[in-house]
Each structure stands twice: as structure tokens, then as C-alpha cells.
Design a protein around this ligand. Structure first.
Ligand SMILES: Cc1ncc(COP(=O)(O)O)c(C=O)c1O
Length: 361
């Protein structure tokens, strides 16, 4: 592979010594679960998001289930969620007792809009999951103006900004994944809930800890879902570099525009007022298989992430049958992720664009 789809290795190389020191620090402390590293990272990450509280959990999927329950979502409720996203955005709803209601996206931004959400609202709607897909930012304020609380699924949006602020501080609460390939990635699984609502934060803190404050008395059926000390220590080393990496991702996006990629394929449109730290750079083309073939021939990575949208997945049949989502169908059929990373150079971008230019228009 001459150019990989992403590069999680190169940006971390200058930090190897600091990361090794952080790992040693945790081993010497002999504190592995819910110790000082998690506490410090929760504060540092919440500050970064300009949110009041951070609650570290085991992964981004648990983060959604726990955050929804902490927001009061339960049996008999409905949660509106896009179908064009990673499966976990919807998978995390049924364990709360609520049912997913799928809404459409704008195929230009790949995000939900106030209009697509409005079409899915019913008197039973308890929350909307606004996925900031590929690093783009869903219009949280416009959706909340419809009168429903928003949970931001910000798993793919670390480092993105908008004139309204940073993801993680825009809705009632937000969820994060630190899966290794994310913009801020751990060396294993990890997740976080950020919120400025102290009640949501407190409920999430209890739910992640078996529904208990002290592991002696148990108030609720909860989860064993904690971010561990080693991952928190590693993430603390990386967090101060997140904005520079995000700038690198934005610069790579600019390079694609300057290299004329927009004349060959449809480029992802930043949502109004958003400066996305592109997690994945996803273009669209009527014949994506032709792009895939051209890129494979040039040994350049690419991937169709969500060819079968969630509402058409077998496990979602109960809630997905009879749902018609035209924007989702277009995006599912035509999208393709091409290389993106904080260190993708102009020379590499030119190579990707040259390979795509070999596809007959
Ligand atoms: C949009 C989105 N939501 C949720 C998740 C779930 O996160 P995790 O894999 O940490 O459970 C991911 C990533 O994997 C994601 O991309």
C-alpha cells in the first residue's frame, strides 16, 4: 500500500517516550481502575470540550447507552437516530428499553438536519442522537429548537469546531469513542460522556459503576463500564496535540480541494459554520466501484463504510422495515472514504487525485 486509508502510527512517533513514561507511572502506582489518571483526563477532556463534566467509560457504544439512560430515556420511549452512521449509534438504543426511530440525512454533509428530525418526531420521542459523522457537525441548536434534547454522538468529531462551540458542549450530553483509529485514539477501547448537566453526569457516574456509589449498596441495574487508568494516561499525553492534528486533517481536506478533486467527485460539504477535523474524508461518485478499482490499482487505500444503512440491517428489521430514507440511500450507494490523516501530504494528495482522474467521467 503506497498510501494508507489512515495513519495512526506517524503522529504518535514523537510522543513514544512520553507515552512509555505514562505507562510506567500507572504500573508503579498500582492503580488500574478509576484512579487519578481517569479523574485527571475526565477534567482535561471536559475542559477541552468546554463542558462541565466528563465521565470515562469503556467504549463509545456503552457511552451512548449510559448517556441515554442518564438523560431519562427508558422503556416505551423513542430515540431518533440517523441510519447512515456506524451501527453502534443505533445498537446502543434498545438496551435502554427505548426504540430507535430512523431519520434521514443531508447527503451533502452526511449529517441529520432539523427537517429530517422533524419528520421522525412523535409524542413518544425522548431524545435525538445527532451523529457528527466523519467529523462534520450536525446542527444541534436547530434540532434542540424543535423541543427535544440532543445527545451528540461525537465519536468521529474530536478536534472539530463550529461557531457555536466544540462538539461535547452543544447538546444535553455527548458521547465519545477513543477506539484506536479515532482522531484521539487509545491503545485499546475507551469512551467518555461529556455534559454540563450535573444530574446527567452523576447518573452516568453511577451507571458505569454497577449502579452504585460505593460497590456496597446498589441503586440501579448498571454496567461495569470504565475507562481504565492505562488508557487515560496514554490519552492525556495525546490530548495537547489534538488541535494540531485536527489542523493537519483540515489542511489535507484543503489540499484535496486545491488539487481539483471536486471536478472529479462530489466532496464532503462542511456543515454551516463548521470546521470539521475530517475523521474520514468521504467523497461520493455515481460509480464508486470504478474509484475503488482505480485506487486499488495505484495501491491507495479506500473503503465504503456504510453500504448497507442500519435500517436495512437484519438486526434492525423490527424498527427498519417500511422506513424510506432517500438521502440515506443515495449516500449509502455513492460514498467512498479516501486517505485522510493529520500527516497526509500535498504530494500524497496529488497521487490520490491522479489515480481518481484515471476513472472515465
Ligand atoms: C459514530 C460512532 N458512534 C459510536 C461508535 C462506537 O464506539 P466504540 O467502538 O468505542 O464502541 C463509533 C466508533 O466505533 C462511531 O464511529
Amino acid at each position: 500500500m503506497t498510501i494508507g486509508l489512515f495513519d495512526t502510527h506517524t503522529p504518535l512517533q514523537p510522543l513514544r517516550g512520553e507515552i512509555d513514561d505514562a505507562i510506567q507511572r500507572v504500573i508503579e502506582s498500582e492503580r488500574y481502575i478509576l484512579g487519578p489518571e481517569v479523574g485527571a483526563f475526565e477534567r482535561e477532556f471536559a475542559d477541552y470540550c468546554t463542558a462541565g463534566y466528563g465521565v470515562g467509560v469503556a467504549n463509545g457504544t456503552d457511552a451512548i447507552t449510559i448517556a441515554l439512560r442518564a438523560m431519562g430515556v427508558g422503556s416505551g420511549d423513542e430515540v431518533v437516530v440517523p441510519s447512515f452512521t456506524f451501527y453502534a449509534s443505533a445498537e446502543a438504543i434498545p438496551p435502554t428499553g427505548a426504540t430507535p426511530v430512523f431519520c434521514d440525512i443531508d447527503p451533502d454533509t452526511y449529517c441529520i438536519t432539523a427537517e429530517t428530525v422533524r419528520a421522525a418526531l412523535t409524542p413518544r420521542t425522548k431524545a435525538v442522537i445527532a451523529v457528527h459523522l466523519f467529523g462534520n457537525l450536525a446542527p444541534v441548536a436547530e434540532i434542540q429548537a424543535l423541543g427535544v434534547p440532543v445527545l451528540e454522538d461525537a465519536a468521529q468529531a474530536a478536534g472539530s469546531v463550529s461557531s457555536a462551540g466544540r462538539p461535547g458542549s452543544l447538546g444535553a450530553a455527548a458521547t465519545w469513542s477513543f477506539f484506536p483509529s479515532k482522531n484521539l485514539g487509545a491503545f485499546g477501547d475507551g469512551g467518555m460522556i461529556t455534559t454540563s448537566d450535573i444530574d446527567i453526569a452523576e447518573r452516568a457516574r453511577t451507571l458505569r459503576f454497577h449502579g452504585s456509589h460505593d460497590k456496597v449498596t446498589y441503586e440501579q441495574i448498571g454496567y461495569n463500564s470504565r475507562l481504565d487508568e492505562l488508557q487515560a494516561a496514554i490519552l492525556r499525553v495525546q490530548l495537547p496535540h489534538l488541535d494540531a492534528w485536527a489542523d493537519g486533517r483540515r489542511a489535507a481536506g484543503m489540499h484535496y480541494t486545491e488539487a481539483g478533486l471536486g471536478e472529479l467527485v462530489r466532496l464532503p460539504a462542511p456543515a454551516p459554520a463548521a470546521q470539521p477535523a475530517w475523521h474520514l474524508y468521504v467523497v461520493s461518485h455515481p460509480e464508486p466501484a470504478h474509484l475503488e478499482a482505480a485506487l486499488a490499482a495505484a495501491q491507495i487505500g479506500c473503503k465504503a463504510y456504510y453500504r448497507l444503512p442500519i435500517h436495512r440491517q437484519a438486526a434492525m428489521r423490527t424498527w427498519g422495515d417500511d422506513v424510506e430514507l432517500p438521502g440515506t440511500e443515495v449516500a449509502a450507494r455513492t460514498h467512498l472514504a479516501i486517505p485522510m490523516s493529520p500527516v497526509l501530504s500535498r504530494v500524497q494528495v496529488d497521487e490520490v487525485v491522479a489515480a481518481i482522474a484515471t476513472v472515465k467521467q
